[in-house]
Design a protein around this ligand. Structure first.
Ligand code: VTB
Length: 345
């Protein structure tokens, strides 16, 4: 895939994060999301590519933009012939979450980000809008921990792989009623639990980097974001497994309102014949080339959030490429005004 794409997608997530950060702390999560979507789409449509959204803001009817199936990039625009020969360009699939952690932005809390993953056509699992049981862990534990094992067993394995006592392990879990038993089990096993209100993509990512004091992510979050997390973990060599959750009784928050049977039927219609299959990162992000990019909206373990100053803003991003085998932290100063009138900081 074009190496310049890696540079351009930084701007896509940066612009989404800046737009959303203007709504930080204003208590309006839908607006924080909407402006991020618009900014992401606007910048994406200036990239020389033929892109298709495979994970986005939902189905076309409920989402005005960045809906699943939407085509993005200059070469998909109506007057594309003026810019490029679409036949010469690789078709790429894109998974986006312009504002991961909308509540975090709305209430000024840590851990939100604008994020996306890219692969060649067919390289990302088109996850339905369901939930996903997730297990993320550092590279040393890859293939050793297993989502089919109990939390207690996995903590023992983690402790061996990371060569640290169980009480030196920190597991991130989303604070939800559905996780009450899980949280108790982790504590009983001797590990420490970091409860987060939202934003499990950042938590999964943190597992792959030492120094974040995050040794595992356990529990159930949204499935589409699971694919985005898997894309990053695949490039970083971290452990990531996901299993779709289609039974509303298990989730308890009600995003999947239908009955278990109706949900299984929906999965079958989508071609998912084994609804209980456990996917690993290489299945969720199977493409030959995978790119991941994220910019902090509010500060998290790996990136500072957007900081505005007179005439500009400063952002921190992370771009990961399977092709160049790099994880790049990018610190950018955005000058909204002529540089001479602003103080760069
Ligand atoms: C949220 C969000 C996560 O999943 O929790 C969502 O914060 C679904 O869970 O980051 P609920 O319906 O219980 O809120 C994520 O978006 C991603 O997995």
């Amino acid at each position: 895939m074009e190496s310049t794409l890696g540079l351009e997608i930084i701007e896509v997530v940066e612009q989404a994060a800046i737009a959303s950060a203007r709504w930080m702390g204003k208590g309006e999560k839908n607006t924080a999301d909407q402006v991020a979507v618009e900014a992401m789409r606007e910048r994406m449509n200036r990239i020389h590519m033929r892109g298709r959204i495979v994970i986005g803001e939902g189905e076309r009817d409920d989402a005005p933009m960045l809906y699943i199936g939407e085509e993005v990039g200059i070469c998909t625009q109506p007057d594309a012939k003026a810019y490029c020969n679409p036949d010469e360009l690789l078709e790429i699939d894109i998974a986006v979450d312009p504002c991961e952690g909308t509540n975090l932005v709305a209430y000024g809390q840590n851990g939100s980000m604008a994020v996306l993953a890219i692969s060649e056509k067919g390289g990302l699992f088109a996850a339905p809008d369901f939930y996903m049981k997730k297990l993320a862990a550092p590279p040393q534990a890859k293939g050793h921990v297993d989502i089919n094992k109990s939390a207690t067993e996995n903590l023992k394995i983690l402790s061996e792989c990371l060569d640290r006592a169980i009480d030196e392990l920190v597991v991130v879990v989303m604070k939800r009623d559905r996780h009450n038993d899980l949280i108790k089990e982790i504590r009983d096993a001797g590990a420490r639990v970091k409860l987060i209100s939202d934003g499990d993509v950042g938590a999964a990512l943190a597992c792959a980097f030492s120094g974040t004091n995050t040794h595992a992510l356990m529990g159930i979050g949204a499935a589409p974001e699971g694919v985005i997390s898997a894309a990053a973990m695949r490039c970083l060599g971290g452990h990531f497994q996901g299993q779709l959750i289609y039974d509303p009784e298990i989730v308890k928050t009600g995003l999947i309102g239908e009955s278990k049977e109706a949900n299984v039927a929906r999965l079958t219609d989508m071609g998912i014949t084994d609804p209980d299959k456990v996917y690993d990162s290489h299945e969720l992000a199977s493409g030959e080339t995978v790119l991941f990019a994220a910019t902090g909206i509010t500060s998290g373990e790996l990136m500072s959030g957007v900081r505005f100053f007179h005439g500009g803003a400063r952002t921190q991003s992370l771009v990961i490429s399977s092709q160049s085998k790099t994880a790049r932290f990018v610190d950018t100063i955005h000058m909204f005004e002529q540089p001479k009138t602003l103080q760069i900081r």
